[in-house]
Design a binder for this molecule. Structure first.
Ligand code: ADP
Ligand code: MG
Length: 878
C-alpha cells in the first residue's frame, strides 16, 4: 500500500506545529517558499488570490496547498493582518544541506493585529495598541495596553464594562487579550466592535521582564500587565528590551469624554469618511515628526484637568508663538528627526539595518541644533526642556565611525562597515583589493602576451574568475597557456592555476569580511540596545516640543488666543468660532459667536430654524474646551473658561442620520449616562434630544431632562431644540437662558444670520418657508389659523406645566410668559367657531367623525396641517 501523504515525516511535522496555532494561518517554510496546507490553503488561496494546488496530487490523499516566495511574504502577511487574522511564521531552523533527516522547523513569531510592528499597517503618526483585560473577585477590571513598535506600556483600573469599552475604542485597539475571568458575554462586546479577542490564561513573565512592573502598586494592574506581557512573549519570541516600565494612569486625571462624544465632536475621525480630513486633529497637525504626530493624538484623546499643567503648556506655546524665526528654525530641524521611538524598537527586536542606523545618527545630530534654537528662547520657559534633551552623542559618534553613509538594505552581505573601524576588516578588504588589482594586471599582461586586445578577466558566481576570449581570437592563444572552463556561443572561458589561487584568496577574504561585518554590526546594535531608554526619553522630549510648536503654528494661522482658566464656574467667550467649519468655509464667511454663561446661567436653551447653526454653535464650545485643556490656544477674540472634568455629547436620533445606528433607545441610554455621571464641573451638549419619538412624548422628555439637569446636575449645558414650547421654561428655571439663531427675509429669501441672540426664536419659519416654496395663498392663511389655534392649546399645556412647577418651587402667582401673549379673545372665538360649524351633509358627517377620532397628541403640527388640507379639499374649499 502506498504511503499516505499525510503520513510523510514532513506533514507530520506540519501537523504537530499547526496543532499549537489552530486560529492562525501557518506559513510553513520549505526552501525559498512559504506553504499553506489544508484549510489554511483553501481559505488563504481565496483571500490572497493564490493558486490552490495540492501536495502529491496523485496520492490517495492529496493535500490542498498554496504558497508564495519568501521574499514576497510581507505583503501577504499585511493583507491577512489587516483582515483581522493571525499569521504564524514557521522557519527552517537549520541549513537543509547540513540537516540529518527532517529539517528542524519552529514558529519564530505569531503576528496578530495588535502585535504587528513592521508593516504598512502601521501608519507613522498613529499607534497600534494591543490591549489586555482581566477581572478580580470584586468585579474590578484591570486594563493594560502596549504599543510594540514604540514600547509604550500603560495600565489602569476600571470599574465598569462601559469604561473598558470606552478605553479600547478610544485607543483604536484591534486586539484585546483576556484571561478566563472575562466571560463570554463581555468578550462578545469586543467582537461586535470588530476587535479580535485573544486568550492568555496562564501567566509566565520572564525574569528579565519583571522590572517592567516593578513600579506598579496595584495587584490587579500588575496581574493584567503580566497577562499582556506573557501574551507578547509567547507570540513574539524575540527581544523586548525596548518595552518601557509600565505606567499606571487614572482616567479621571484627564478630561473624560466617552468614545461616542469624541466621535460626535470629530476629534480625530470624521463622521462622514472615518478619515482624519475634516477633524480637529487635521486642523491641529502641524507636527513635523512621527513621534509628535502620535503624541498630538494622545493629547487630543486625553486633555488635562490640572491648571498648572495646562498653563505650563500655554506658556510654551505663547513663547513659540511670539518668536516666529526661532519657531521656523525649530520646524526645519525637527523635519530631519526620524522616528526615534520606532527605531529604538527595531534595535530591540534586532531587525534594524544600516540605513536605520544612519537615520538614527541623522536624528541625533539634529538635537544640538534644536538645543541651539531653544537656547535663544526664554530660559525660564524652555530651560528645563533644554536641559532634558540628551543628544546621545556617544551613539551618534559610534554610528558615524562605524557605518558607511549609504549602506545597503541587507546587513548580511557586507558593505555596511566603514574602512578604518576595524583592523581585521581592513586587512580582509586589502586582500580583496590587492586580489582585484592582481586580476586587472593579469588582464593587461595577458593581452600583451597574446596580442588579443579584447581579452578580458571576468567573474561570475558559478565559475568564479575566468579569462574570456572571443571565438574569432581563439587561434591567437598559445597552445597550453590556459585551461578551458566554459564554452559560450561566441566566446570561450579559461582559467590558470595562478588565477584560481588568487581567486580563492579573494573569495576567502570576501567571505570572512562579510561574516566579520555582520558580527561588528551586531555588536554595534547591542551597544545601542544599552541606551534604548535614553533614546525613548529623547523621543518624548522631541515629540513634546513638536506638538507645542504645532500648537503655536495653528494658533498663529487661525488667529487663536490664549484662554484664561477661571475658578468661578463661568464661561465668557467673545467672538468664538468653530475652527474646522471656519477652516473649511473660509474665515470671511464664518460668523463668530459669543458664549456667555456666568455663574448664574447653567443652561442655554438654543432655538432657531433648521440649518441656522445650532449644532455648530454647541460643538464650537466643546472644541474650544478641548483645545483649552490640551494647552492650546482657542478660536476666539477672548475666552475665559472653567476647567471641565467631563464632556457629554448627545445627538437626537433624527439628527444622527449619518451614523445610522442610533435608535431612540440608544439616545435615551446615552442621555441617561450623561445626567447620571455629569458633575457641576461637566459640560453637556444635548442636541435636539427627544426628536426620535412622537411630538408630545419627546417634548415631555426634553422638558423633564432640562429640569433634571437644572435642579440636580448643575452642569453647564447647551440644549438645542425645535420645541419652541420649551422656551417658556425660563420662567421657572432661573439658571436657564434662552438664546436663538437669527434669520431674516431678504428679497424673498430666508437668510440665516448664524448669529446667536438672546431670547427664544420667532417660530413662524415653517410657514414662512412654505410661502417661499410657493404654496397657495389660502392654504398658507389656513395654516396660519391652525397654528394660532394650536398655540392656544399649547399655551394651556404650557401653563399647566408652568403652574405645577411654580407651585412646587415657589409661592405666589404663576408667572405669565411676557413674550408670548395669548391671542386676542375675538381671534380665539373665531378659531373655535370654525370647529363648531357642523356641516349638514354626509361628506361633512364623515369628516366630522374623522376629526373626532383623530389623535392630535400623536401628530406634529405639519401632520395636522396636511390632514386639514385634505379635509378642506374634500369639502370643496368654499
Ligand atoms: P442646525 O443645527 O441649526 O440645523 P448647523 O449647526 O448644522 O445647523 O449648521 C448648518 C450649516 O450652517 C453649517 O453646515 C454651516 O455651513 C453653516 N453655519 C453654521 N454656523 C455658522 C456660522 N457661525 N457662520 C457661518 N456659517 C455657519
Ligand atoms: Mg443641528
Amino acid at each position: 500500500m502506498p504511503q499516505k501523504t499525510s503520513d510523510t515525516p514532513m506533514m507530520q511535522q506540519y501537523m504537530a506545529i499547526k496543532k499549537d496555532y489552530p486560529d492562525a494561518f501557518l506559513f510553513y517554510r520549505i526552501g525559498d517558499f512559504y506553504e499553506l496546507f489544508y484549510d489554511d490553503a483553501i481559505k488563504g488561496a481565496q483571500i490572497l488570490e493564490l493558486t490552490l494546488t495540492s501536495r502529491s496530487h496523485n496520492a490517495v490523499d492529496p493535500i490542498p496547498m498554496c504558497g508564495m516566495p519568501h521574499h514576497a511574504v510581507q505583503n501577504y502577511v499585511d493583507i491577512l493582518i489587516e483582515k483581522g487574522y493571525k499569521v504564524a511564521i514557521c522557519e527552517q531552523m537549520e541549513d537543509p544541506r547540513l540537516a540529518k533527516g527532517m529539517v528542524k522547523r519552529e514558529v519564530i513569531q505569531l503576528i496578530t493585529p495588535g502585535t504587528v510592528t513592521d508593516s504598512n499597517v502601521n501608519e507613522a503618526k498613529s499607534n497600534n495598541y494591543l490591549t489586555a483585560l482581566t477581572k478580580d473577585d470584586d468585579d474590578q477590571f484591570g486594563f493594560a495596553y502596549a504599543d510594540l513598535s514604540t514600547g509604550e506600556l500603560k495600565t489602569s483600573h476600571l470599574s465598569t464594562v462601559e469604561a473598558v469599552v470606552n478605553e479600547v475604542v478610544n485607543l483604536r485597539s484591534k486586539e484585546i487579550v483576556v484571561d478566563s475571568s472575562i466571560d463570554k458575554e463581555q468578550q462578545n462586546q469586543f467582537e461586535k466592535l470588530n476587535i479580535m479577542v485573544s486568550h492568555q490564561n496562564s501567566v509566565e513573565v520572564k525574569a528579565e521582564l519583571s522590572y517592567l512592573t516593578q513600579n506598579l502598586e496595584d495587584q490587579l494592574e500588575k496581574a493584567t500587565v503580566d497577562t499582556l506581557l506573557t501574551y507578547i512573549t509567547v507570540t513574539q519570541k524575540r527581544s523586548l528590551a525596548h518595552l518601557q516600565k509600565a505606567v499606571a494612569y487614572e482616567p479621571s486625571y484627564f478630561l473624560r469624554m466617552d468614545h461616542y462624544s469624541k466621535y460626535n465632536l470629530e476629534l480625530t475621525r470624521s463622521i462622514r469618511s472615518g478619515k482624519k480630513q475634516g477633524t480637529l486633529l487635521w486642523l491641529l497637525d502641524e507636527t513635523r515628526t512621527a513621534m509628535g504626530g502620535r503624541l498630538l493624538k494622545q493629547w487630543l484623546d486625553r486633555p488635562l484637568i490640572q491648571k498648572k499643567e495646562i498653563e505650563s503648556r500655554q506658556i510654551k506655546v505663547g513663547e513659540l508663538l511670539d518668536h516666529y524665526f526661532e519657531r521656523s528654525n525649530l520646524q526645519e530641524e525637527l523635519v530631519k528627526v526620524y522616528d526615534l521611538e520606532r527605531l529604538a524598537g527595531r534595535v530591540a527586536f534586532g531587525n534594524v539595518n544600516g540605513r536605520d542606523l544612519i537615520q538614527l545618527k541623522t536624528s541625533l545630530r539634529q538635537i544640538p541644533k534644536i538645543q541651539h534654537v531653544l537656547s535663544e528662547l526664554d530660559s525660564k520657559v524652555f530651560g528645563t526642556m533644554l536641559a532634558k534633551l540628551d543628544p546621545v552623542e556617544d551613539i551618534a559618534d559610534l554610528i558615524d565611525r562605524s557605518i558607511v553613509d549609504e549602506p545597503p538594505i541587507s546587513v548580511t552581505e557586507g558593505n555596511v562597515i566603514k574602512d578604518g573601524y576595524n583592523e581585521q576588516l581592513d586587512k580582509y578588504r586589502d586582500a580583496m583589493t590587492n586580489g582585484k588589482k592582481w586580476m586587472a594586471q593579469l588582464e593587461a599582461s595577458e593581452r600583451q602576451v597574446t596580442g588579443i586586445r579584447n581579452l578580458k578577466v571576468g567573474y561570475n558566481k558559478v565559475f568564479g574568475y575566468y579569462i574570456e576570449i572571443t571565438k574569432a581570437n581563439l587561434s591567437a592563444v598559445p597552445e597550453g597557456r590556459y585551461e578551458r572552463k566554459q564554452t559560450l556561443t561566441n566566446a570561450e572561458r579559461f582559467i590558470t592555476p595562478a588565477l584560481k589561487e588568487k581567486e580563492s584568496l579573494i573569495l576567502e577574504a570576501e567571505e570572512q569580511s562579510t561574516t566579520l561585518e555582520y558580527k561588528l554590526f551586531s555588536q554595534i546594535r547591542e551597544q545601542i540596545k544599552q541606551v534604548i531608554d535614553r533614546l525613548q526619553k529623547l523621543a518624548k522630549q522631541v515629540a513634546t516640543l513638536d506638538v507645542l510648536q504645532s500648537f503655536a503654528v495653528v494658533s498663529e494661522n487661525y488667529h487663536f488666543v490664549k484662554p484664561t482658566l477661571t475658578k468661578n464656574h463661568s464661561i465668557d467667550i467673545v467672538g468664538g468660532r468653530h475652527p474646522v467649519v471656519e477652516k473649511v468655509m473660509g474665515r470671511q464667511s464664518y460668523v463668530p459667536n459669543d458664549v456667555e454663561m456666568p455663574k448664574s446661567t447653567d443652561i442655554l436653551l438654543i432655538t432657531g430654524p433648521n440649518m441656522s447653526g445650532k449644532s455648530t454653535y454647541m460643538r464650537q464650545l466643546a472644541l474650544t474646551v478641548v483645545l483649552a485643556q490640551m494647552g492650546c490656544f482657542v478660536p476666539a477674540e477672548s475666552a475665559s473658561l472653567p476647567i471641565f472634568d467631563q464632556i457629554f455629547t448627545r445627538i437626537g436620533a433624527a439628527d444622527d442620520l449619518i451614523a445610522g445606528q442610533s435608535t431612540f433607545m440608544v439616545e435615551m441610554q446615552e442621555a441617561n449616562r450623561a445626567i447620571q455621571n455629569a458633575t457641576p464641573q461637566s459640560l453637556i451638549l444635548f442636541d435636539e434630544i427627544g426628536r426620535g419619538t412622537a411630538t408630545y412624548d419627546g417634548m415631555a422628555l426634553a422638558q423633564a431632562i432640562i429640569e433634571f439637569v437644572h435642579n440636580h446636575v448643575h452642569a453647564k449645558t447647551l440644549f438645542s431644540t425645535h420645541y419652541h414650547e420649551l422656551t417658556a421654561l425660563d420662567q421657572t428655571l432661573n439658571k436657564l437662558k434662552n438664546v436663538h439663531v437669527g434669520a431674516v427675509e431678504k428679497n424673498g429669501d430666508l437668510v440665516f444670520l448664524h448669529k446667536m441672540e438672546d431670547g427664544p426664536a420667532d417660530k413662524s419659519y415653517g410657514i414662512h418657508v412654505a410661502k417661499l416654496a410657493g404654496m397657495p395663498e389660502n392654504l398658507l392663511n389656513r395654516a396660519d389659523n391652525i397654528l394660532k389655534r394650536l398655540e392656544i392649546q399649547n399655551k394651556d399645556t404650557d401653563q399647566v406645566l408652568v403652574e405645577k412647577e411654580t407651585q412646587k418651587s415657589q409661592s405666589g402667582q404663576p408667572k405669565v410668559d411676557e413674550k408670548r401673549k395669548p391671542a386676542s379673545e375675538s381671534e380665539v372665538d373665531e378659531q373655535l367657531a370654525l370647529f363648531q360649524t357642523v356641516p349638514a351633509d354626509p361628506q361633512g358627517e364623515e369628516i366630522l367623525a374623522q376629526i373626532r377620532q383623530t389623535n392630535l397628541m400623536a401628530m406634529t403640527p405639519m401632520d395636522v396641517m396636511n390632514q386639514l388640507y385634505k379635509w378642506q379639499k374634500k369639502l370643496g374649499n368654499k
